[in-house]
Design a protein around this ligand. Structure first.
Ligand SMILES: [Fe+2]
Ligand SMILES: [Fe+2]
Length: 253
């Protein structure tokens, strides 16, 4: 079994490169999971962006701290294969996990968000994952941790080592070079990276983003233009375990 996890699709360039490349490689994977939290103009997921991601070949779309930025998501999340972080408080719309099923094999995908430097009052991601693993029947599990701090991502990795197939980080938009295995056999990568324009500041236009730092005042978010990169992580499974984890890149010509 092969799974492709595509990093945060960011604004128009991200959607463009996704639509350009994913259909060409889709058949090589049993399941494709795409983080779409930045798909609509860099912030949130609207109906049009969701359709494009699904038509490109995604089986499941995940969100993040930008989950609620576009109002259409409230409707979409009730009926479509979309998940938001599982450690939002009880009563939050939508679900924080999803089971992808094929030929009797159930792949549980959970998203949690970190609590370090992300500015949200979320529940404990560690115990949230424990609870879902205990409650939801599955044959293998992937946990996406959408977080700012690498330390928190690795803490969750070691906490879950040997209990889940893979722990994949998202949110920082810059891929990390650590893809590999923890001692108990769980595959890990601190950040999958972004699908979007890398000659930018995490997908945002350089001038306005830089001004946040130079002026110490809020600035509007504008997404960057320019050639985009498709960035993902490939997981090869043997039963419930991952036997190979590899970052995957494709650059727009
Ligand atoms: Fe993101
Ligand atoms: Fe994020």
């Amino acid at each position: 079994m092969r799974v492709l996890f595509v990093g945060d699709v960011t604004a128009k360039p991200g959607k463009r490169v996704l639509a350009m490349h994913l259909p060409d490689i889709r058949d090589e994977y049993d399941w494709v999971i795409v983080n779409g939290e930045n798909a609509a103009g860099g912030k949130g997921l609207d109906r049009k962006s969701y359709r494009l991601i699904r038509e490109a070949g995604a089986d499941l779309v995940t969100l993040g701290n930008h989950a609620w930025d576009k109002k259409e998501v409230y409707e979409l999340i009730e009926t479509e294969p979309i998940i938001r972080a599982a450690n939002y408080p009880p009563g939050t719309p939508g679900k924080g996990w999803w089971v992808l099923e094929s030929g009797g094999f159930r792949l549980l995908v959970i998203q949690v968000m970190g609590r370090v430097n992300i500015g949200l009052l979320l529940d404990d991601p560690f115990r949230t994952v424990d609870r879902i693993l205990a409650e939801v029947p599955h044959d293998a599990a992937i946990v996406e941790i959408h977080a700012e701090a690498t330390s928190e991502k690795y803490a969750l990795g070691f906490y879950l080592d040997g209990r889940v197939a893979a722990v994949l980080g998202t949110h920082t938009h810059i891929p990390t070079l650590d893809a590999g295995f923890l001692p108990g056999g769980t595959a890990i990568q601190a950040d999958v990276g972004m699908t979007g324009t890398y000659r930018s500041i995490i997908g945002g236009e350089v001038k306005t983003f830089l001004d946040r730092f130079l002026t110490a005042r809020p600035q509007p978010f504008r997404s960057a233009e320019g050639p985009a990169r498709f960035t993902a992580t490939e997981l090869v499974f043997d039963g419930a375990r991952v036997t190979a984890i590899s970052p995957y890149f494709w650059e727009e010509p």
